[in-house]
Design a protein around this ligand. Structure first.
Ligand SMILES: [Cu+2]
Length: 106
């Protein structure tokens, strides 16, 4: 039973993960680099957020549902979408004045 359950779970999980295109964004000096990422509509994508600052940051979508705490000097995967075409803003919750970015979904 255990083996069968594992096989079924993997059967679902592997194609799903294989499909996720990966995009990278750095956080440095409490700013995103790049500030704009273009991703495809209707797909779930993986953002690798690399926090180069020594301080913790929270990656947060302003008009889409994502929140992820990223400790200093570490990286974290954030899964986004599928989203409709449009523009979606994200921020670093702990440095709202400077840490601003945008997803262009098309
Ligand atoms: Cu910071």
């Amino acid at each position: 039973m255990g083996k069968m359950f594992a096989a079924v779970t993997l059967g679902i999980a592997i194609p799903f993960l294989a499909m996720a295109s990966t995009y990278e964004v750095n956080i440095k000096d409490h700013r995103f680099d790049p500030t704009t990422l273009t991703i495809p509509a209707g797909e779930r994508v993986k953002l690798m957020v690399n926090n180069l600052d020594p301080t913790v940051e929270e990656f947060e979508g302003e008009n889409f549902d994502v929140e992820k705490i990223i400790p200093g000097k570490s990286k974290a995967a954030v899964f986004v979408g599928p989203l409709e075409p449009g523009e979606y803003e994200f921020i670093g919750e702990f440095h709202r004045d400077t840490a601003k970015g945008k997803l262009i979904v098309e």
